[in-house]
Design a protein around this ligand. Sequence first.
Ligand code: NJP
Length: 245
Amino acid sequence: MCELTEGTVVEKKCAIISGASRGIGEAISRKLAQDGYRVCLLARNENDLNALCASISESGGDAVAFAVDLSNAEELNEKFARIGSTLGTVDLLVCNAGAGKFQPIMELELADWDLQMNLNARASFVLSRLVVPLMVQRKKGHLVFITSDAARRTFSNGVAYCASKFAQHAMAAALRQELRPSNVKVTEILPGLVASYFNNSTPDSQEKSDWLKPADVADAVSYAVAAPPNVIVDEIMLHPMSQSW
Ligand code: NJP
């Protein structure tokens, strides 16, 4: 695995990005590395993570990666001890990993509900729970949640997905209030349709030609985290021009 020696002295700001191996998370990781962050990439596929680490390093960036199933809280808790000691500090957490299964309720299994709630909402809680104490102690830090416009609207066949994204949105909004006195910022990014690998698709289909690119979402994250200390970007919602809201 692409890893630093434990205890390595870190001079750059450190960002953890979940769901970093492809799609929006990959674009955010590349952008933050360009912006000067040491990026810590989390996802399941070790080969994809290693390839991205190598690519970021070749471009002059600094990346480490840990393969972890974010829907498994125990695995995440266990691995975080190593992530924490490798990084030394965490300046930014981007909770991006997510999945969607869009079917009528009669075709949705309990496992589909659990997967979406566990990955989209619960993993955001577990990651935040691990990182927030470090940030509060330093009175400094930033949490970014990649939710969805489905955190604000509902549609048929989106029972579990919309529920998970509304939950993630509510968590972000409550945390923003809770962490403000500790000087920790919380930003929510709510994208519409993005040409990624979401829902077992590929980014390059004709249907997606005018959708947002993952880099558009990455630019929004980069903008939000670059705000001066006295400014908090609460939320950014972005859509392709072709998608009405
Ligand atoms: O999806 P995709 P996006 N444990 O499928 C990882 C939201 N969003 O980039 O584990 C750990 O290309 C997976 O890696 P791997 C959406 O809800 C999207 O579009 O190796 N990691 C990959 O890196 C989500 O929150 C659209 O398979 C796990 C990444 O997650 C976020 O944007 C619209 C994992 C998924 O990459 C990123 O989605 C919208 C696990 N158990 C909101 N399961 C859109 N694309 O149109 C998956 O409104 N990953």
